[in-house]
Structure formats: structure tokens, C-alpha cells
Write a protein of this length. Structure first.
Length: 395
């Protein structure tokens, strides 16, 4: 029996040499948004012929015992990591560098440390950024919102916020001002009127000033209830998704400000321009079809779309499988393709599909190769496929 393994994951952590775990498979594919791998494991996987598709990959040198720490761990002088490699997929706080004197190396997403802590003596530190903050400040590594449940209890203190600080509640700001609290952040999100009243509390690298008469929200998908919930003026700090069949609901707004990307059909562009503005646009034609995993598409489905006058824009994260009955004419139902993975199609349709590609991080292969190399069920030849779909995959 031919056995295949597909690993579809947001993050693949390939640090330990566990190649025997994968030795029972004839074909292995790893599709990941981000891969972090030790040099030894990566070389072993390549030697096994593993297919790797990734948005980004970081190969690191790892030696000694691997100690994996959870995100936001605080390293103090009382800890000891002699002879160990420290790995953290999230952020680390290093309050004292003494405990790092004997490490073989370190990997972390970001490393935070007081300005007085010197990390120059630590061996092989690998991080996207090293960030120093004032010794006297209270550190907040993530985004922060000043609301009734923020629990800001320290008086006359400086709160140093690495992410965005959202301050939209005037009554909360009055309480914090009376305590003498101060805030330093990378980005401050605040109503214009509130900033005029409380500007002495804040120091920020960047500002997002929200008009006083706009409701505030994060990512949102437009539907019939959106204007009912937020009113006719909306400030979106994030992305706005407009499905192809909901563009008519834009008429419920007199103003939409999007500090992010608006994803919408081309046909909605005129209506959005009448009431809104955005930092960026992602326009698609027809019906947006997003594939996360495996999606099969046949002749009948595409012909039905053609008959009713619609086209599909495909966003593939995994596999899109055009079955053997799909013809070149059927591809007229496809407006565009963006692929992070693999598209399988019969030879008579592959040429037409190539002309629809916007961009691809993967391959377009013949459907016969899909039938031979992988299958979603045990077929007559006894072939089988195992799929692992996870946010984080560890080897």
C-alpha cells in the first residue's frame, strides 16, 4: 500500500530529529505559513524527498538539549540553562542575563529587556528584534486596551506598551489620570476629542485619531446587521470583507474609514467609493472561493456557474483539484487564481488555468499525478492519504 502524508499548518516547528516518525510514508508534503527548523532536521527532510511549501522559513543551528519556553516567559537571575538551547515561538523577557552565560543558543520571536541589561555576552541569540524598555516601566508586550477591565492599579507609574494602545473610554481615562498613570506606546488609537483632553498622559510613536462621531471596531464582514449595530459612520481598525452578495448593504453608511484592507468584488468599488476610504484594496471578480485544505471542482459545477453568469476567484491554501472531466472551456468560470499549495487539473484544462494565475507559491500539476501520488480515500490500488491540519505542528 502506498502511503502519503499531508501536513497543513500555520506554523511548523521542526526541531527534534524524529525522522522515524515519518519513515512509514512514501510521500510527505508540508504546507505551512511559517517553518522554523533545525539545520539537522531540515537536511534530513530534504534527503527524504519531503515536499515543503512555506510562506517563510527560518533554518537555525541547534545543539545541546532543547528547552522550549512558553511565550512571555520572564528569565531571571535564579534560572539556569547551562548547555541548553532555548527555544520560544513567542516573546521572551530577559530581566537578567546571568542565566544565559552557558547556553548553546537561543531563538525567540522577540526579546524584551530593561535598558540596563546587556545581552552582548550571551551566545548565538536569534530573534526578529531585541527591544529595550525603561528600567522603571511596567512592560506590556501585547496590544492593550484602556477599559474598565484593564486593571491598571499602579499609581504614578509608566506603562510601556510594545503594541497598540487603544484609549476610547473617557471615564476610564479620567480615573487613570487621577492616579498619575502615564503610557508610552508604539501606536495610540484614540478619539480626537479625548486626545485633546488627555494628551499629557501619552507618548506614542504613531497616532490613529478616530473621528468622534464614528463607531469603532476591528475586522468586520459586511452584512445586513452591520449598520444596525454600528450606525451610519464606522471606523474599522483592521480589514473589511464585503462578500459578493452583500455589497448592497453599503447604502446603510454615510462614512466608512478602514485602516486596513477592503476585500470586495470589483462590482462594489463604485458604491464603496461613495461612502468610504481605506488604506488598501483587494479586489476580486465574481465569487471569492477560499480553499483551506482540499477542494474538488468538477465539470458540472463550472458549467453551472457559466450558465448563470458567474465566475470564481480562487484563493488556494492547500490543494484545489479539478477533476478529470474539466475542460478548457470550463475554465471560463474561473476569473483568477492565487495559490499557496498545489492545483491539480487535467491536461486539457491546465493551459487555460495557467492564464488565470495571479501568483503561485507551489505548482500546477496534472490530475493523473494527484491520482497516483495522493488520494483522500483508500482506492482500488490500496493507496491511502493521511492529512494533519493544525495551527501548530511540532516534530
Amino acid at each position: 500500500m502506498r502511503k502519503t502524508l499531508n501536513i497543513n499548518t500555520g506554523i511548523a516547528l521542526l526541531l527534534n530529529d524524529q525522522s522515524d516518525t515519518l519513515s512509514g510514508y512514501d510521500f510527505i508534503a508540508i504546507n505551512a505559513g511559517n517553518i522554523i527548523a533545525s539545520r539537522k532536521v531540515y537536511n534530513n527532510l530534504i534527503g527524504m524527498g519531503v515536499s515543503i511549501n512555506s510562506g517563510s522559513m527560518n533554518i537555525i543551528e541547534v545543539s545541546g538539549e532543547i528547552v522550549e519556553l512558553t511565550g512571555n516567559t520572564v528569565i531571571t537571575a535564579t534560572m539556569s540553562f547551562d548547555g541548553c538551547f532555548i527555544f520560544c515561538e513567542g516573546n521572551l523577557v530577559i530581566e537578567d542575563a546571568i542565566s544565559l552565560a552557558g547556553i548553546t543558543g537561543m531563538y525567540a520571536h522577540r526579546i524584551f529587556h530593561p535598558e540596563s541589561v546587556d545581552l552582548s555576552a550571551a551566545n548565538c541569540i536569534n530573534a526578529s528584534r531585541r527591544i529595550a524598555y525603561p528600567d522603571s516601566a511596567k512592560l506590556h508586550m501585547d496590544d492593550m486596551e484602556l477599559s474598565d477591565d484593564a486593571h491598571i492599579t499602579l499609581e504614578d507609574s509608566l506603562h510601556w506598551v510594545y503594541g497598540s494602545l487603544t484609549a476610547l473610554d473617557g471615564s476610564v481615562l479620567e480615573k487613570l489620570q487621577s492616579k498619575g498613570a502615564k503610557f508610552q506606546c508604539r501606536k495610540l488609537i484614540i478619539y480626537s476629542g479625548l486626545y485633546e483632553r488627555f494628551d499629557n498622559m501619552f507618548k506614542a510613536d504613531n497616532f490613529v485619531l478616530v473621528p468622534d462621531d464614528h463607531a469603532f471596531t476591528g475586522d468586520v464582514t459586511l452584512d445586513a446587521a452591520t449598520s444596525v449595530l454600528y450606525g451610519e459612520k464606522l471606523f474599522v481598525y483592521g480589514d473589511l470583507m464585503i462578500p459578493h452578495d452583500r455589497a448592497a448593504y453599503l447604502t446603510g453608511f454615510s462614512s466608512i474609514i478602514v485602516k486596513g484592507t477592503v476585500t470586495m468584488p470589483i462590482s462594489a468599488a463604485k458604491d464603496f467609493k461613495a461612502c468610504g476610504k481605506a488604506d488598501d484594496f483587494d479586489l476580486y471578480e465574481g465569487v471569492l472561493m477560499t480553499v483551506n485544505g482540499v477542494e474538488t471542482i468538477d465539470h458540472e459545477q463550472l458549467q453551472s456557474a457559466i450558465k448563470i453568469g458567474i465566475v470564481y476567484t480562487l484563493r488556494v491554501n492547500g490543494k484545489a483539484v479539478f477533476l478529470d472531466d474539466v475542460t478548457a472551456e470550463d475554465i471560463n468560470a474561473i476569473a483568477a487564481i492565487r495559490c499557496n499549495g498545489v492545483v491539480y487539473a487535467p491536461g486539457k484544462a491546465r493551459g487555460a488555468l495557467v492564464s488565470k494565475l495571479n501568483d503561485i507559491n507551489g505548482e500546477i500539476l496534472d490530475i493523473n499525478q494527484y491520482n497516483n501520488d495522493s488520494t483522500d480515500v483508500i482506492n482500488e490500488a490500496g493507496e491511502s492519504e493521511t492529512s494533519i491540519n493544525a495551527g501548530i505542528y511540532r516534530l
